[in-house]
Design a protein around this ligand. Structure first.
Ligand SMILES: Cc1ncc(COP(=O)(O)O)c(C=O)c1O
Length: 334
């Protein structure tokens, strides 16, 4: 494979890992050397969007070791999403075993350390039983796929990236499902996200849907801003609790910064020295400008450079690849 040409795009790999939940228990994990599955056309996942998913990566280290980053957090977030939908989710040990198997079965697709690319793991839970009534499904399929990717948005060669505030739709309702990783939160933002990309924006930024005065998050990543020695990130009930953001908050504290997780007014964007999008796929993407199409305001980061964002990015990826000491035991070696 030409690792340097990878994008955040689907590539068929060698195998997916699957397990079935029916009659109240999970089957053994199975390796399927195909990316096709057969499910009932009237399944709740296809008809009512009854599905939850996760995203994590396997990293080839400088020492050639393979590491998963905080997979236990993904297992428990999947459990929270599944509980919200009323469907069963795999126990933590099964989730982790499936992720390990997905890496091992697709080892030829794990990019080398020097490439900066990674193997993205996509755990997925879908309701598969045939039904037309609006009830939770007792028949569930758990899948883990592995896909080689580079980081996901923006121009990798440039630290200049623009984001657009979504003004014609909201990501979730005020008391909605924004804190869960379920497909229904993502499909409504696909067309708007594509349009924003065509207009040269790296990301779409959502405001809180109750007042539209505060920053919530990007369509597939959290927001943070740097002001002086402060790492500031929104606190909102509708944000997906990002494992990357959580890790960066710890790293920022270790760097001697003050971490503030609190409501962030839209106007406060004008005061940040640096701004960023963060998530497993995107890692830390420097955002230089945020455009508000309603008011015409362009919020620019006040500092010319992206030094703090870069330091946070480099420390995080350093931990993930074994270069920086993993003092919190975040990485699970395979
Ligand atoms: C809506 C949303 N916010 C934030 C994130 C970042 O979360 P994490 O850092 O756990 O990947 C993601 C990606 O999973 C996401 O889809």
């Amino acid at each position: 494979m030409n690792w340097n040409e990878l994008k955040f795009k689907y590539t068929k790999t060698n195998a997916i890992i699957v397990a079935n939940y029916s009659d109240g228990e999970w089957s053994h994990l199975q390796v399927i050397n195909d990316d096709k599955i057969t499910i009932n056309a009237l399944s709740a996942s296809l008809n009512y969007g009854l599905q939850a998913f996760e995203g994590l990566k396997a990293y080839r280290g400088y020492d050639d070791k393979i590491r998963l980053f905080r997979p236990i957090e993904n297992a428990s977030r999947l459990r929270r999403s599944a509980e919200f939908l009323g469907i069963p989710s795999p126990p933590e040990s099964m989730f982790i075993e499936a992720c390990k198997m997905a890496v091992q079965e697709n080892i030829g697709y794990l990019p080398p350390y020097e490439s900066g690319a990674t193997l993205y793991l996509r755990p997925l839970l879908i309701g598969i039983g045939g039904q037309i009534d609006l009830v939770s499904s007792n028949d569930v399929l758990f899948i883990v796929a592995a896909i080689p990717v580079s980081s996901f948005a923006g121009d990798k060669k440039s630290s200049f990236n623009k984001a657009l505030i979504a003004r014609d739709h909201d990501r979730t309702a005020p008391m909605g499902s924004g804190a869960y990783k379920i497909g229904g939160n993502y499909s409504p933002s696909i067309v708007a996200g594509q349009k924003a990309k065509q207009q040269g924006y790296a990301a779409l930024l959502y405001l809180d849907s109750q007042t539209r005065n505060h920053i919530d998050e990007f369509s597939s990543s959290n927001f943070f801003g740097i002001k002086g020695n402060n790492y500031i990130t929104p606190d909102s009930p509708n944000i997906l609790p990002s494992i990357t953001n959580n890790s960066l908050m710890t790293i920022a504290k270790d760097m001697g910064m003050t971490v503030q997780k609190r409501a962030v007014l839209t106007e406060e964007l004008a005061t940040f020295d640096q701004m960023a999008a963060c998530g497993t796929a995107i890692v830390v993407l420097n955002i230089s400008e945020i455009h508000d199409p309603l008011t015409g305001t362009v919020y620019s980061s006040k500092s010319e450079g992206n030094s703090t964002n870069k330091k946070l990015h480099d420390t995080l990826t350093g931990i993930q690849t074994g270069v920086v000491y993993d003092k919190n035991n975040w990485c699970l070696e395979l």
